[in-house]
Design a protein around this ligand. Structure first.
Ligand code: SF4
Length: 349
């Protein structure tokens, strides 16, 4: 159960130092079976700095999600509190990744570059990962990306969701204007000249093999043709022809037959069928208004967790809410018959 809500508060430096010492003492223990006294060593952070996405991909639940129905942007006060709350986890985050997006489009947030700078200030050796659909990659935004990620000390990855091999497939899958998305992306690749680490992601066929919009070979051929035609430097550009899935059965709508991708229950999780997913103890996921989410599959907020406006992250990881959730995800304790992890075809995200 979530901890009792409390008024937002700011810890004094003394309180914080005490808690940090407690955390460090606990973290030096073995974590083999995750006893309740141990706080996880978070390495990966996903923060939804605002709620919106301008695409509507057929295999993405965004359009029917909780955050599409409850739009908003993270306040600067909450953003700074989250950075403060993450401080005890800095050694892990500095070796891992910080993703300033979660189930939405980051480049339509006017504060995104300010937030990326904050991330590097707090976690100088982390990798910042951005995942964009490319519609907001205007020349000005590309210049800003080059300015911040062009610095050799700023480890980064830019994932571009470009799900299509022509206007028909792209516009059916993503409901975006192909000509604009393609023009933006070619401009990014030309300006980068191999300086930015870019992953071109095309999800063309379903993980269970039942549905296909295009094959991995189609996708690689499409980019080979573009590279040749537009004289793209392929250094640091990865072509990632990958599979789509049903986001742990969270696709419910009939529009474009999206619900046909649902696989239903795919595994048992209980004391006889133990399970593990790194999203429960290597990652933390935070929504725009501060609510903690289990992971990037929980578009509808099925798993109720505390809000960081009422609790610190250290308190959360020592709370009954977290330890119950850990026990359910790993099968130490039974969960509901429709528990999200029993429907997940992509553990780990
Ligand atoms: S198994 Fe799937 S739904 Fe469960 S925590 Fe992992 S990624 Fe999320």
């Amino acid at each position: 159960m979530p901890s009792t809500p409390r008024k937002p508060r700011t810890e004094s430096e003394t309180d914080f130092q005490k808690r940090l010492r407690l955390f460090e003492r606990k973290s030096s223990h073995s974590t083999t079976d995750h006893p309740s006294s141990i706080i996880p060593m978070i390495r990966y952070v996903q923060v939804q700095t605002h709620s919106r996405c301008n695409a509507d991909c057929v295999f993405c639940p965004y359009i029917e999600s909780w955050h599409a129905a409850h739009p908003g942007r993270m306040s600067e006060t909450l953003w700074q509190k989250i950075l403060h709350d993450l401080t005890p986890f800095a050694s892990g985050i500095n070796k891992g990744k910080f993703l300033p997006y979660l189930m939405q489009e980051p480049l339509i947030d006017p504060s995104i570059f300010h937030k990326i700078r904050d991330i590097y200030t707090h976690f100088p050796t982390t990798t910042v990962e951005l995942s964009t659909n490319g519609m907001a990659l205007t020349p000005k935004v590309v210049d800003q990306l080059l300015d911040i990620f062009g610095k050799p000390q700023h480890k980064h990855q830019i994932w571009v969701s470009h799900h299509g091999i022509d206007a028909d497939s792209f516009e059916y899958i993503m409901k975006l204007d192909y000509a604009k998305a393609h023009q933006n992306l070619i401009h990014l690749l030309q300006r980068s000249e191999g300086r930015l680490r870019i992953r071109l992601r095309g999800l063309g066929h379903e993980r269970n093999g039942k549905h296909s919009f295009f094959t991995p070979q189609n996708y690689r051929d499409y980019w080979r043709m573009n590279f040749a035609q537009f004289h793209i430097n392929p250094n640091n550009v990865q072509i990632d022809a990958y599979t789509f899935h049903d986001r742990a059965g969270t696709l419910r709508r009939e529009e474009r037959h999206a619900n046909q991708f649902n696989s239903g229950i795919v595994r048992k999780i209980d004391p006889e069928n133990r399970f593990y997913c790194p999203r429960i103890d290597l990652w933390v996921h935070i929504m725009w208004e501060g609510t903690i989410r289990l992971c990037c599959m929980d578009y509808h907020g099925e798993v109720a967790l505390p809000n960081l406006q009422n609790i610190s992250l250290l308190d959360y990881f020592q709370s009954e809410a977290y330890h119950d959730l850990y026990a359910q995800v790993t099968g130490q304790q039974p969960s509901s018959s429709n528990f999200i992890c029993t429907r997940c075809t992509s553990p780990g995200g």
